[in-house]
Design a protein around this ligand. Structure first.
Ligand SMILES: *Cc1c(COP(=O)(O)O)cnc(C)c1O
Length: 471
C-alpha cells in the first residue's frame, strides 16, 4: 500500500468508524456466535499473494464483526467497562503511526517526558500525595506483579534478584477473599506460591476484616513465615467494596509489611472531591494502581502505577547492558527500568488527548453522572418487591437479584437468577455479568460506558422487569 492508497482507504475507514459509533445501538451488545464459528471462516494458511484492501475490509464486516462483543455499546453493563472515546482513538492512531519504542528517554524524549507529565496530572487529579510518582503499565495485573516483586526485593535487600531463592523463608501475601485473581497469578509468577496468598475474611460489606488480617500476620510470624505484602482493594471486582486502607496501613506499619492498593476500576472515581474521603490511609501506602483504560475514556491499554519510592522500583528492575547505556541516564526517566517490558508503547499520547479534550471537569461530570444513574437504578430495585439489592454500591456498580415473594430456597433462587441472566443476554439488547455473594447468584450492572445515559439504564431495567414475568 502506498501513501495515496492509505490516504483514500484511511479516510473511508474513519467514516466507517464514525458510522459504527452512530449506529452502535443497532448491534447486539454480546456476540451471539457459537465456538468455532469464526475460526471456520478463516483460511488455514496465510495468503501467498497480497490481497486487495476492499476484500480485507469486506471480510472484516462479514466474518469478524458478528464475532465481536461491543464494549463501547452504551447498553454494555458487564464486567467493568473498558472505555474508549474519540480523542483516545485519535491519539492511538498517532501512536501507531509513530511506531516508536519508548523504552528509554533517548529512544523518544517526548514519550518519556509526556509520560512523566501525565502521571503527575493523574496523581493530582485523583488526589494522591505529591511524593508519589509513577509510570504507565499495560494492565493492573502487571502493576500488581511489579509491586509484589518490588516488595520481595526491598525486603531481601535485592538478594533474590541476584542469587535466586536458595534457602529463603516462606513469604506470605494477604488480600481479602474478594480480591482480584491477578494477585494469585502474581504470587505464582513471583515465586511466592499461590498457597502463600492468605485470603482474609470480609465483613457484611465485603471489605477486609482487619482483626483477621492482624491475626493471620501474627500466626505467620509465630510459624517462622515472613509477612511480605498486603494487597488492599479500593473497589473489588465483584461489588466495588472498599477495604479499610487506613486500618490495614497501621497493621502494615506495625509489622513492616508492604502495602499495595488495587484501585483498578474505582480509582477513576477519585477525580470527584466527594469520593475522595472514601480513600483513607494513603500515608501508609507503598504502591497504588488504577486503570484509565477502564473508566477514564482512554482505550486499552493504559494502567497508571504509582510508587512512593521510585528507587526501590528501579533497583528491582534495572538492567544495564552496554548497548542501552546513554549519556543522559542520570537526569531522565528510562521507563524500561520501571517494569517488566523493555519495549514500551507510547501510551501517554492518548491519555494527553483525552485529558485535554475532556478537561478535568468533563471527566468529573461524566463519572459523576454514572454514579448518579447507578443510585437511581438502586432505588428502583429497592422499591420493587420482587428484587433485592445484594451489596452496597459506593460507585457505579449495582449488585442485585430477583427474589420473588415466597421463594426462599437458595438453589431455586440461583436457578431463577441464572435463567433470567441468560435470557437477558440472549436478547442482545443489554449485557450483564454475574458474581456469587454468600453463595447466591447475583447480577452485576456496571453503569460506566462512555456514552451511557439515563435512557439506556431505564431501558435495561424495564427489560429486566418484563423478562422476569416469563421465567
Ligand atoms: C479489572 C481489575 C483488575 C485487572 O485489571 P487488568 O488491567 O485487566 O489487569 C485487577 N483488579 C481489580 C480490582 C480489577 O477490577
Amino acid at each position: 500500500m502506498n501513501s495515496k492508497e492509505f490516504r483514500q482507504i484511511g479516510k473511508e475507514l474513519i467514516d466507517k468508524i464514525a458510522d459504527y459509533f452512530d449506529q452502535i445501538e443497532d448491534y447486539p451488545v454480546k456476540s451471539q456466535v457459537k465456538p468455532g464459528e469464526i475460526l471456520g471462516q478463516i483460511p488455514s494458511n496465510a495468503p501467498v499473494q497480497g490481497e486487495e484492501f476492499p476484500d480485507i475490509i469486506m471480510d472484516f464486516d462479514n466474518i469478524i464483526m458478528p464475532g465481536m462483543t461491543h464494549w463501547q455499546h452504551p447498553r454494555f453493563f458487564a464486567y467493568f467497562t473498558a472505555n474508549n472515546s474519540f480523542p483516545s482513538l485519535l491519539g492511538e492512531m498517532l501512536t501507531a503511526a509513530l511506531g516508536a519504542q519508548c523504552m528509554i528517554w533517548e529512544t523518544s524524549p517526548a514519550a518519556a517526558e509526556l509520560e512523566e507529565a501525565m502521571m503527575n496530572w493523574l496523581r493530582d487529579m485523583i488526589g494522591l500525595p505529591k511524593e508519589f510518582t509513577g509510570c504507565i503499565q499495560d494492565t493492573a495485573s502487571t502493576a500488581t506483579l511489579v509491586s509484589i516483586l518490588t516488595a520481595r526485593e526491598s525486603r531481601t535487600n535485592y538478594h533474590i534478584n541476584h542469587s535466586g531463592f536458595g534457602k529463603q523463608p516462606t513469604y506470605r501475601l494477604y488480600c481479602s477473599t474478594e480480591a482480584h485473581s491477578s494477585i494469585e497469578k502474581a504470587a505464582k509468577i513471583a515465586g511466592i506460591g499461590r498457597s502463600n496468598v492468605v485470603k482474609i475474611p470480609v465483613d457484611s460489606n465485603f471489605a477486609m476484616v482487619t482483626s483477621e488480617l492482624e491475626y493471620a500476620i501474627k500466626t505467620d510470624i509465630n510459624n517462622g513465615n515472613v509477612p511480605l505484602a498486603v494487597i488492599a482493594a479500593f473497589g473489588t471486582t465483584s461489588t466495588t467494596a472498599i477495604d479499610p486502607i487506613d486500618e490495614i496501613g497501621e497493621i502494615c506499619r506495625k509489622y513492616s509489611v508492604w502495602l499495595h492498593v488495587d484501585a483498578a476500576f474505582a480509582g477513576s472515581a477519585l477525580v470527584l472531591p466527594e469520593i475522595r474521603p472514601l480513600l483513607k490511609g494513603m500515608e501508609y501506602v507503598d504502591t497504588f494502581v488504577f486503570n484509565p483504560h477502564k473508566w477514564m475514556f482512554t482505550n486499552f491499554d493504559c494502567s497508571a502505577y504509582f510508587v512512593r519510592n521510585k528507587e526501590t522500583l528501579i533497583r528491582t528492575f534495572e538492567i544495564m547492558p552496554e548497548y542501552l547505556k546513554t549519556g543522559s541516564d542520570s537526569v531522565v526517566n528510562n521507563y524500561r527500568d520501571w517494569g517488566i517490558q523493555l519495549g514500551r508503547r507510547f501510551r501517554a499520547l492518548k491519555l494527553w488527548f483525552v485529558l485535554r479534550s475532556f478537561g478535568v471537569e468533563g471527566i468529573q461530570s461524566r463519572i459523576r453522572e454514572h454514579i448518579i444513574l447507578a443510585e437511581e437504578l438502586r432505588k428502583k430495585i429497592e422499591e420493587h418487591s420482587d428484587f433485592e439489592i445484594a451489596a452496597p454500591s459506593p460507585f457505579n456498580l449495582v449488585c442485585f437479584r430477583y427474589k420473588p415473594h415466597g421463594i426462599d430456597d437458595i438453589n431455586e433462587l440461583n436457578e431463577l437468577n441464572e435463567s433470567l441472566h441468560k435470557k437477558l443476554n440472549a436478547t442482545g439488547k443489554i449485557y450483564l455479568t454475574h458474581t456469587k455473594l454468600n453463595n447466591l447468584y447475583t447480577l452485576r450492572m456496571v453503569i460506566g460506558q462512555t456514552n451511557v445515559s439515563r435512557e439506556h439504564v431505564e431501558f435495561a431495567w424495564e427489560l429486566i422487569c418484563k423478562m422476569v414475568k416469563g421465567i
